[in-house]
Design a protein around this ligand. Structure first.
Ligand code: GLU
Length: 314
């Protein structure tokens, strides 16, 4: 891993935060929901932040459905997410990309790591590892028994990963000490989110990732994998995760966070406020398109609360 590379990426952020001049096409952002249920206020919050940051930079904004984990997929939710985003006035660039159509890309990346001896097969079950806080390296040095289902893990070497998050600031993790060798392909032969997200962000030319802070501690392993694959690093910004008044993570079932297309304008205005913007009350009588124009013109990522969680009050 190269700390110098990470901090270079961070240093660039300071000057790139405000849009300058005509569209350069240099900025590419994305929203990458998992179709495990309907979009709710928490996911809308991350989507809005990502969209505003891209549009304020006159950048492109892509929509990618992360539907690799078929067992977790809720039927109809991908279509529902796309519909809700449309109802709330998001406009993405290009076609919606679905990870289920991209297995060849993930296989190629995995092959290149395997060819360089950077992976090993692991037959440990979830149960065997349940008491471990990190993967203890059980299968690292052993040939695996034929006929046993295995996961493919990336060898994580000692060293600290650090990067500058545009919202949360400096973040560092001893990846080997905290996590150990990470899974790239699961025992059920499904490519892991980690491999897919890194391959897709690079292949789609994503330069800026804005997403929920629940993925902040996952970012060092993404950076490590980018480095193993020789890929460039996007700049990262992690917005707080919204929680219920009782601190529970927002749940799809709670009525307070249900997204309602009939109330798209007031719900968007609330999200803008939670992102540190101060929408004027005149916007309440305007249209969704006007609200977006206003928010894009006033977006300032430095105003997003620098917190991992943010409680919604009734
Ligand atoms: N698919 C992930 C989720 O819905 C987000 C991945 C990402 O933004 O990197 O939580």
């Amino acid at each position: 891993m190269s700390a110098a590379k990470s901090s270079t990426a961070t240093a660039t952020t300071a000057t790139a935060d405000r849009p300058q001049g005509p569209p350069s096409g240099a900025y590419v952002g994305r929203f990458a929901p998992t179709p495990s249920g309907a979009l709710h206020l928490g996911s809308l919050y991350a989507a809005v932040a990502s969209y505003l940051d891209a549009r304020a930079h006159r950048g492109r904004w892509l929509l990618r459905i992360e539907d690799l984990d078929r067992p977790r997929e809720v039927a109809g939710s991908a279509a529902g997410i796309v519909r809700t985003l449309q109802e709330f006035g998001f406009q993405w660039d290009g076609e919606v990309v679905r990870q289920r159509d991209r297995s060849e890309l993930y296989a190629a990346a995995l092959n290149s790591l395997q060819a360089r001896g950077l992976t090993f097969e692991c037959s440990c079950s979830r149960l065997q590892l349940e008491d471990e806080s990190r993967y203890p390296g059980t299968c690292r040095g052993q040939p695996h028994a034929a006929g046993v289902p295995t996961a493919t893990r990336l060898r994580v070497e000692a060293g600290r990963i650090q990067f500058g998050d545009r919202i949360q600031g400096a973040y560092r993790q001893d990846l080997n000490g905290a996590v150990g060798d990470v899974i790239l392909k699961r025992r059920d032969q499904i490519y892991a989110y980690l491999l897919a997200v890194v391959v897709d962000d690079a292949e789609q030319g994503v330069t800026h990732v804005v997403r929920g802070a629940d993925l902040l501690d996952n970012t060092p392993r993404q950076i490590y994998l980018q480095q193993c694959l020789g890929l460039g690093l996007p700049q990262y910004a992690h917005v707080p995760v919204l929680t219920e008044p009782d601190d529970a993570k927002l749940a799809k079932s709670r009525r307070s966070v249900h997204l309602d297309a009939q109330r798209a304008l007031p719900q968007l205005l609330s999200v803008f406020s939670l992102l540190g913007l101060a929408p004027p009350s005149s916007l309440k009588g305007s249209t969704v398109a006007d609200a977006w124009d206003w928010a894009i013109a006033h977006w300032d990522i430095q105003r997003v609360p620098k917190r991992l969680n943010m409680r919604l009050v009734d």
